[in-house]
Design a protein around this ligand. Structure first.
Ligand SMILES: [Zn+2]
Length: 152
């Protein structure tokens, strides 16, 4: 066993559970109405709309519904992972590679290791580095705020 065999690097559902345990350590926060620890329902088994690539749609992991404002969200809303089209497992792998490399990692190397296009790797690396930047943080996405990720 090595750190790279951790389930959250390979199983999308476990990746969401891993991120939730960090972001929502103090209870689930609805990113739409800001209620902390309110009524939140798990929307299990919901699939995305059919597409040419995925005629049956894909499972929407970690989808939740707020009982207070009736809006849907996942843990990715308000983090650097929001709106990314890559699986969360790959993005967590990228975070691990970037923070565990003594001299950093180039987007080209990230692209080769994660087997994603160079443009995707470059954009992902920029998002992650922006989240790690100290000092005043520019808001990300709609909600603003960055995510701190501690890989154990
Ligand atoms: Zn809400």
């Amino acid at each position: 066993m090595s750190v790279l065999s951790s389930p959250h690097f390979h199983d999308e559902a476990k990746a969401f559970a891993f991120l939730e345990s960090i972001v929502w350590a103090g209870g689930v926060v609805c990113p739409h109405c800001g209620v902390v620890g309110g009524r939140v329902y798990d929307l299990a088994g919901v699939r995305s709309k059919p597409s040419v690539k995925n005629p049956n749609g894909v499972i929407r992991h970690g989808l939740k519904k707020c009982g207070e404002c009736r809006a849907q969200f996942t843990v990715k809303v308000g983090t650097v992972f929001e709106h990314a089209r890559m699986p969360l497992t790959k993005m967590l792998q990228a975070v691990h590679l970037i923070i565990s490399s003594k001299k950093g990692i180039s987007s080209h190397q990230l692209s080769r290791v994660l087997e994603v296009q160079y443009k995707s790797a470059w954009f992902l690396a920029h998002r992650i580095r922006e989240a790690m930047r100290s000092g005043d943080l520019a808001p990300f996405g709609t909600g603003g705020g960055a995510v701190e990720v501690d890989i154990k």
